[in-house]
Design a protein around this ligand. Structure first.
Ligand SMILES: Nc1ncnc2c1ncn2[C@@H]1O[C@H](COP(=O)(O)OP(=O)(O)OP(=O)(O)O)[C@@H](O)[C@H]1O
Length: 347
């Protein structure tokens, strides 16, 4: 049984298509990273999994349950760290975790859960006084309660300091070890690269790639960063000329004696010739493996303007009654759950 199955799923808000004909399967036990530029539809997809929004078309199954008809069963077995988690200002950290334990009818020690996310010392403080990163850790603690079969983390590292981001990675790996499926969205690509078995890249609501990072490297043209060692410092006009070549994504100086060029493999010779044509001697060149960032840019390039336009449209739409009814729909969907679950509180 797949942990997550989306089949031809589309979600439209007024004239914004947030998710378009999305089909994706995440197997049990996988750690799956969900990437995409701002506004690509990641949070909408997560909300579809949890029945916080309803698809315009298509079918969503989570842990073998229909996400819509059996949302209570899904939430019972799923831990969620939602985007923009709000704490109850006057409740302590421990009270939040106790609430999650009660809602999930779990048998857990709140202090042990808080210890795990590095909040043991702050357990008795009101969460209203927590920093952003501490709130994020608290959200993770609540998601971990009850040993969920599926963890859904929307931007889990946002607000975390480097130690917090490392702890988050370790927790994800521990959970994966336990057999939990982890589905998370992130803009922090090193984080994704460090923990994910596979990634999916969403662009303007459409899934443009799903693979392991090595698989993406093989399938993409963005397989190289070229480091060209030069005999003398390179002028700006040479860099501009290289930048203007076909298949070149970015160009930067690497000290006085080298230039780094992110490019398609077939552009390498053009880059070296262009530099030499400007009278600069090339003493050596080496190719480095594409980072996930290079791959991400290769798959989503040209997306920024579309994403910004879509956001402007949706800002305009948010004043209209139909956009409010989309929100109401999400609220209805959440309210339909019989028991108050931790996830509803986290919203
Ligand atoms: N309730 C809503 N009403 C109207 N438009 C919406 C609503 N929710 C999302 N959208 C629009 O759907 C598109 C996808 O948004 P979504 O929040 O899913 O993107 P995202 O990939 O999570 O972005 P980010 O990385 O910025 O969090 C955007 O254009 C957004 O404005």
């Amino acid at each position: 049984m797949a942990a997550i199955e989306l089949d031809g799923v589309t979600k439209r808000f007024e004239d914004v298509t947030a998710v378009s004909d999305l089909s994706l399967t995440v197997e049990e036990g996988e750690v799956f990273g969900f990437l995409g530029p701002n506004g690509a539809g990641k949070s909408t997809t997560i909300n579809l999994l949890l029945d916080f929004v309803r698809p315009t078309a298509g079918k969503v199954s989570v842990l073998g349950h229909d996400a819509r008809a059996e949302s209570v069963a899904v939430r019972e077995r799923t831990g969620v760290l939602p985007e923009g988690f709000d704490v109850y200002d006057r409740l302590t950290g421990r009270a939040h975790v106790e609430f999650a334990i009660d809602s999930k009818e779990a048998d857990a020690d709140p202090d042990a859960v808080l210890e795990r996310v590095g909040l043991a010392d702050a357990a008795d403080r009101q969460a209203g006084g927590y920093s952003k990163g501490m709130r994020q850790r608290l959200a993770l603690a609540m998601a971990l309660v009850g040993e969920p079969d599926l963890l859904i983390l929307d931007e889990p590292s946002s607000g975390l300091d480097p130690a917090g981001a490392k702890e988050m990675r370790e927790i994800v790996l521990e959970e994966a070890e336990r057999g939990t499926t982890v589905f998370f969205s992130s803009h922090i690509l090193e984080q994704v690269e460090a923990v994910c078995d596979r990634v999916g890249i969403l662009r303007a609501g459409e899934l443009v790639a799903v693979d392991s990072i090595d698989g993406l490297r093989e399938a993409s043209d963005a397989d190289a960063t070229l480091r060209v060692a030069v005999g003398e410092p390179v002028d700006d006009d040479v860099l501009d000329a290289v930048r203007a070549l076909d298949g070149v994504r970015h160009v930067e100086r690497d000290g006085d004696d080298a230039v780094r060029v992110g490019c398609d493999s077939d552009a390498k010779t053009r880059v070296v010739s262009e530099i030499e044509d400007h009278g600069v001697s090339v003493t050596d060149f080496t190719t480095e493996e594409a980072s996930l960032e290079d791959l991400f840019l290769a798959y989503t390039e040209g997306d920024r303007e579309e994403a910004v336009e879509a956001d402007v449209e949706s800002d305009e739409a948010s004043d209209s009654t139909e956009a409010s009814s989309a929100d109401a729909e999400a609220d209805d969907a959440a309210a339909e759950g019989e028991a108050a679950t931790g996830e509803e509180v986290q919203r």
